[in-house]
Design a protein around this ligand. Sequence first.
Ligand SMILES: Nc1ncnc2c1ncn2[C@@H]1O[C@H](COP(=O)(O)OP(=O)(O)OP(=O)(O)O)[C@@H](O)[C@H]1O
Length: 804
Amino acid sequence: MKTKQWQTEQQRLDQVREKLKARIDELEPEVTGLHDQAAEIRRRFWEEVTVNTSSDEDFEETFHTIQQQSAVLSERERGLRLLTQQWRSLNRLFPSPYFGRIDFVEDGQNLSEPIYIGVSSFVDEDGLNFLVYDWRSPIASLYYDHSPGAAAYVTPMGEITGTMELKRQFQIHNGQIRHMFDANVTIGDELLQQVLAKGADSQMKSIVSTIQKEQNAIIRNDHSRLLIVQGAAGSGKTSAALQRVAYLLYKNRDSLKADQIVLFSPNPIFNSYVASVLPELGEENMQQTTLQEYLEYWLGSSLRLEDPFEQIEYVLTAQTTPNDEARLQGMKYKASEFFFRALQNYAQWLGREGMIFKGIRYRDRDLITAEQMRTQFYSYDPSLRLANRVELLQKWLLKELSLLERRERTASWVEEELNYLDNEQYAEVFGELHKDREVFDIAERYAVVYEKISKKRRSDEGDFDFAEREEELLSQSIVKMSFKPLRQGVRKLSFIDVQGLYAQLFDDEAAYREKTNEAELPSLWPIICEQTKEKLERRELYYEDATPYLYLKELFEGIRTNTEIRHVFVDEGQDYSPFQYEYLKKLFPRARMTVLGDFRQAIFMQATNLQDPDSPLIRLYGEAETSLIRLVRSYRSTREIVEFTKSLLSEEADIVPFERSGPKPHLASLENAEKRDARLLKDIAALQAEGFDSIAVITKSAAESGAAYEALRMQGSQDLQLVTKESVTFEKGVMVIPVYLAKGVEFDAVLIYDASPQTYGRENDRKLLYTACTRAMHQLLLYTTGDWTPFVKGMNANLYEIAK
Ligand SMILES: Nc1ncnc2c1ncn2[C@@H]1O[C@H](COP(=O)(O)OP(=O)(O)OP(=O)(O)O)[C@@H](O)[C@H]1O
């Protein structure tokens, strides 16, 4: 790079920074001033308001002053928010105001304007001249999508074509240009080289300065209802997804808020891993959750739910017994669209017959029987949906309860209870009574006034006995309170026996076919039925039953929908079942969905193929509303690691390593476990000495992790972290982690604790081993105490080194 150009750029940079500094200095007092003002208003809020409710007029006036005060306050706070945002973004720009420049000449014009691109915009004092363009602005897409030459970008007004004369990348630190590259063919390779050579972090980083063209297509996709990204391990799916969130928030800043976006993550650790990317880009975080959290929220109080990790541990240790086979078949079937349709058909069948209710019992007797409910339920118009009929039944039950409650007041137990009320109960009843008493007093006052005006004596006046009335009210209250739980139960729809209704599906094969119109059933259906019912009897649910159970419940209670959410992101999308996708589609009817995943990393039984033409995911919204983008370039790992992991796969895969080199994966075969552990610790020490500070010992299961952790500690290693499904964050350092918790995360070096055929011997284990090995950025080491897993044994010996 010519020094002259460098100097010119540095001068421009200095000027921009001066202007930034000036603007920051200008804003600072305003930000503090507004902050103080808002704080002052908040502090004096009630001083400005005279609360007077003695008359209606006073009340109205008080109401208006409170409203006025809060309007002033929220206006100040809004102003403060905007200014603070601006101030923060200037501060973010200050150390490194931009990372790219393009010179673009629009067709029909001959002026070439340099466009500088950074994490947010910065406009000169005149309000017109953009000194820095936000990376999400339409023109900035030129930087990501094109090399110098003919280029075009899309604006809300249409496409603009022209010629890009220059594309330059910068690395700027604290106001100094450290590196400057002029790109020609592929953008960013040099800058990307530098970025990728760095170490792993316990927090994911933003990739804004080196977004690749195919990633940009994901980020800026505005038209698809469903966007599916099938991408190789380490191809930047998660990174692109987070940038996409930032883009959407920018593009729709007047209509979209961060809390209208939800990201479904594979596990809580992943949540914390990605949590800093958006704030780094100056945006608020979207909502983050796991499907398990959601299921727990809605079902957890009545049933114990198995989580996906328990399920996978089961799968990993499953034998070839009929019981295990049946459970595996059940997992597959219950994850399918067929089961989803079967439940819908079942709901139709229930519309005609077979509903199961729980009768209402009261003081050891049947108040309203299940049979009465059933008769009532089936007396409603059969064309009404289940949930609507349930609602009618609920109203009917509440009415019935009121009648029964009135009748109950004269029961002998009430009178007895009156005599035996202890002080506390009396006070409680009296408290209730007091409310009634007010009503009673008003009625009484009204009656007196009416008497005066009409000059007529009330006919019952002579008979009125307040003590009698009080006793009557007291017994009313006693009965009312004893009916309260019944009414609450009816309101919560606990008269529907959801558990019974779900269990009833699994009675026997013929009955199942009749209720659901299902033709194809897993061969071991009778055992599946037994297992499901047995589990339910213990008030527990398998993971594969949780979403279907919730769905069935909603068919009675009304489908739960969340219309606030506009964008749903599903990361590690291959791990969700077609059933779960159908459910998410129903749950978020107004949202667009972005699903990111890699079928080669599908380690759960319920996996969904993301990209095949007959994939249930593509059928979800239909082909016309779905876009599929494939990412084949892998950025995480060195070329050597990518070549090695690629050949772990059963078929030829289109995965292209990014040109970054490192040592070949190391294979170490030791005589016994003790020697293996000692070797592993020695290797870890050597890796640390090389400067790697994020190192993972990856195991197949949690049980193996626990054992490895103990064994390594016995050998004297003290600073190990054991990561379990309860862990919510992880720190840099050395950790022992089961592969399914390492999903989506990366490490400088990965050590596969036991790569023997006993651990990774079955075809199912291939994807697990692949997922584990693809977590490595710079170094990969595998250990065994005997033979090698067939997936390694079968590969070309050039792809690895045997450790001495
Ligand atoms: N355009 C890019 N510029 C710089 N780094 C990138 C880019 N794309 C991806 N990376 C880096 O590659 C690594 C892998 O990215 P990411 O975790 O997003 O991939 P992924 O496809 O979600 O992987 P996996 O499926 O294995 O979980 C990260 O370190 C990320 O920062």
